[in-house]
Design a protein around this ligand. Structure first.
Ligand code: AHR
Length: 512
C-alpha cells in the first residue's frame, strides 16, 4: 500500500527518475542505412573551396597535391565522406562548367554574385573537383545549372564527365584536358532551390523544366545509370514535393531534395558561440523539426511511390548563425560548439531511423561555411565538435538499421518541452551492433535503460562527446578542447543496458 502511495506521489510530483527507456529490437533489422546519409556539401562560397580545400598552384607552405590540402584530405578520409555535393547551392545556378576546364590562365573569371560579389577565377573546376573526390574516396554529386544554364550545357557536362571514349566532342575535350577515362559520376542535381535563388519558379513550372533537362541527361553510353535528384522543398513546403511527384515521370526521377536549416530566425540568427539557453532551446526545436519534415514529405511521396523507390535527399541541413565577428558577412564563416554537436547527433538519429526513404543527406557545409566539420586559417586546421559526431556515427554507414523506440523525459523551457533523448541503432557487416544516443538537455543528466529484444550480447564499450559548457568550441589556439573520449559508463546485464548521459552529450555504444 505504502509503495503504491509512493509511486503515485512520484508520478504526481513530476519527478524525473529514469523515465528514459529505449527498446532495441536487435533481430528486426530490415533497411540499410545508406552511407550517403553521411554526405557533405561544398560550395564556391567564402573559404569553403579557396583556402579550405584548395590552396592553388602558387608557392604555398601548406602541404598539397595539385593544390588540394593534404591535411584536409587526411581528416576527411577518417570521416569516411561518402558523397560530396558541388559546386552549390545558389552558386550552382550561376555556374557555367566550361569556364572551369582547360589551362588555368585561359579560364575566364566571373563574379560570385550570391556570395559577396567576389571574383571567381575558375581555377578550381570540374577536373579539380572530380580528381579530389577520387583522392577522398567520395562519390561526387554534381549540382547542375538549371536556373541560368541550358539543357545542352548540362547534357554536355554529363558527357564530359561520364562518357566512355569515342568520337564525342565532349570526350575529346576531356582528353585534351588530360583525363582519358571518365570519372564515376552517378549523382546529378537538376538545379538548386528552384523555388528561390535557382529561378523563383513555381512547382508546376519547375516540374516541366525538370522534365526537359532530365530528357537530355540520359547516360548516353554504357556508363553506370545516372541518379537524378530534383531540387526539393524548403522545409515544410509539402505542396512542392506533391507537385514534383505527380508531374515528373518516375523513370526520370531518383530522389527529391529537402532543405532545412536550424536557424533561430532569419532576421536574428544570434551568435554561434555567445548564445543563451533560450537560443539553444530554439535551435534544438528547429533541428528536431526534421523528424516531422522527413515523415510528412515521405508520406506525400508514399501516395505516388508506395514502394519508396524514389529517395529523399536532404541535400542541405545544419545550424545557421551570425558570422564570426570581423569576418565577411557573405562568407558564412561561423564557429561550431556543443550546440552543433547536438544538432548533428539528433539529426543523424532521425535520418538513420528514416533510412527507408532518406537515402542521402548533405551537411551544409563541409569546410569554413555554416556548420562545418573543418575550419581552416591559413596553414592551421581544426576539427569541430560536428566533425567528431560524424566520425563517431560513421559506424552506421551501410549497416542494417535496428528499430528503437524511445520513451524520453522532457527538456523543458518555460511552458515548452522537447524530448531530451534520441537514439538510433544498427548492426554492421561484422555483426557489431552500435547504438547512438543524444541527450540535448542543457542541465540534467539522463539515466537511460535500454531493453534489448532478440539479441544476446556479452560486451559493451563506447565513446562520448561532451564538454562542461554547451558554448565550448575548438579554436585555433585550443584545437583539442572537445574530442571523443572512451565511455565506460554502460552496464550490461542479461538483456538490459544502463547508463547515464551527461547534459548535452553524444554517446555511441558498441555491443558484441
Ligand atoms: O548553404 C548556403 C545556401 O543556403 C545555399 O547556397 C543555398 O542553397 C541555401 O539557401
Amino acid at each position: 500500500m505504502r509503495k503504491i502511495f509512493l509511486l503515485a506521489a512520484i508520478l504526481s510530483s513530476g519527478m524525473s527518475r529514469s523515465q528514459n527507456t529505449v527498446v532495441l529490437q536487435a533481430d528486426k533489422g530490415k533497411d540499410i542505412i545508406n552511407r550517403n546519409i553521411y554526405g557533405h556539401f561544398a560550395e564556391h562560397l567564402g573559404h569553403c573551396i579557396y583556402g579550405g580545400f584548395y590552396v592553388g598552384d602558387n608557392n604555398t607552405k601548406i602541404p598539397n597535391k595539385d593544390g588540394i590540402r593534404l591535411d584536409v584530405i587526411d581528416a576527411l578520409k577518417k570521416l569516411k565522406v561518402p558523397v560530396l555535393r558541388w559546386p552549390g547551392g545558389c552558386f550552382a545556378d550561376t555556374y557555367h562548367w566550361k569556364d572551369g576546364i582547360g589551362p588555368k590562365d585561359k579560364r575566364p573569371s566571373m563574379l560570385n554574385v550570391w556570395w559577396g560579389n567576389v571574383k571567381e577565377d575558375n581555377s578550381f573546376g570540374t577536373n579539380e573537383f572530380l580528381n579530389m573526390c577520387e583522392m577522398l574516396g567520395a562519390e561526387p554529386y554534381l549540382s547542375g545549372n538549371v536556373g541560368s544554364g541550358t539543357p545542352q550545357e548540362l547534357s554536355d557536362w554529363v558527357k564530359y564527365t561520364t562518357h566512355i571514349n569515342g568520337t564525342s566532342p565532349m570526350t575529346d575535350l576531356r582528353q585534351q584536358n588530360g583525363r582519358a577515362n571518365p570519372w564515376h559520376v552517378k549523382y546529378w542535381g537538376l538545379g538548386n532551390e528552384a523555388w528561390g535563388c535557382g529561378g523563383n519558379m513555381k512547382p508546376e513550372w519547375y516540374a516541366n523544366v525538370y522534365r526537359q533537362y532530365a530528357t537530355f541527361m540520359t547516360s548516353w553510353s554504357n556508363t553506370d545509370r545516372i541518379f537524378r535528384i530534383a531540387s526539393g522543398a524548403s522545409d515544410a513546403d509539402y505542396n512542392w514535393t506533391e507537385t514534383l511527384m505527380r508531374d515528373i515521370p518516375h523513370n526520370m526521377l531518383d530522389a527529391v531534395g529537402v532543405h532545412h536549416y536550424s536557424v533561430i530566425s532569419w532576421n536574428k540568427k544570434g551568435s554561434a558561440t555567445g548564445f543563451s539557453e533560450e537560443e539553444y532551446y530554439t535551435t534544438m526545436q528547429r533541428a528536431l523539426e526534421m523528424e516531422e519534415l522527413v515523415s510528412r514529405h515521405s508520406a506525400v511521396m508514399d501516395k505516388y511511390d508506395p514502394r519508396k523507390r524514389i529517395a529523399i535527399a536532404v541535400d542541405e541541413w545544419g545550424g545557421w548563425y551570425d558570422v564570426e565577428p570581423g569576418t565577411n558577412g557573405a562568407f558564412l564563416f561561423q564557429q561550431n560548439t556543443m550546440r552543433d554537436a547536438m544538432i548533428a547527433g539528433a539529426t543523424l538519429n532521425i535520418f538513420n531511423n528514416h533510412c527507408d526513404r532518406v537515402r542521402m543527406a548533405n551537411l551544409a557545409q563541409i569546410i569554413n561555411v555554416l556548420q562545418a566539420v573543418i575550419l581552416t586559417n591559413e596553414e592551421k586546421m581544426i576539427l569541430t565538435p560536428t566533425y567528431h559526431v560524424m566520425e563517431m556515427y560513421n559506424v552506421h554507414q551501410d549497416a542494417t538499421m535496428l528499430p528503437v523506440s524511445v520513451t524520453s523525459a522532457d527538456y523543458k523551457m518555460g511552458k515548452e518541452k522537447l524530448k531530451a533523448i534520441s537514439a538510433s541503432a544498427s548492426r554492421d557487416k561484422n555483426g557489431l551492433t552500435h547504438i547512438s544516443l543524444v541527450n540535448i538537455d542543457a542541465n540534467n543528466p539522463q539515466e537511460v535503460s535500454i531493453n534489448i529484444e532478440g539479441g544476446n550480447y556479452k560486451n559493451v564499450s563506447g565513446r562520448i562527446l561532451t564538454s562542461d559548457k554547451m558554448q565550448n568550441y575548438n579554436s585555433f589556439d585550443n584545437p583539442g578542447r572537445i574530442k571523443p573520449a572512451a565511455f565506460n559508463g554502460a552496464a550490461l546485464s542479461d538483456s538490459k543496458l544502463k547508463l547515464t548521459l551527461p547534459p548535452f552529450s553524444v554517446v555511441v555504444l558498441e555491443l558484441k
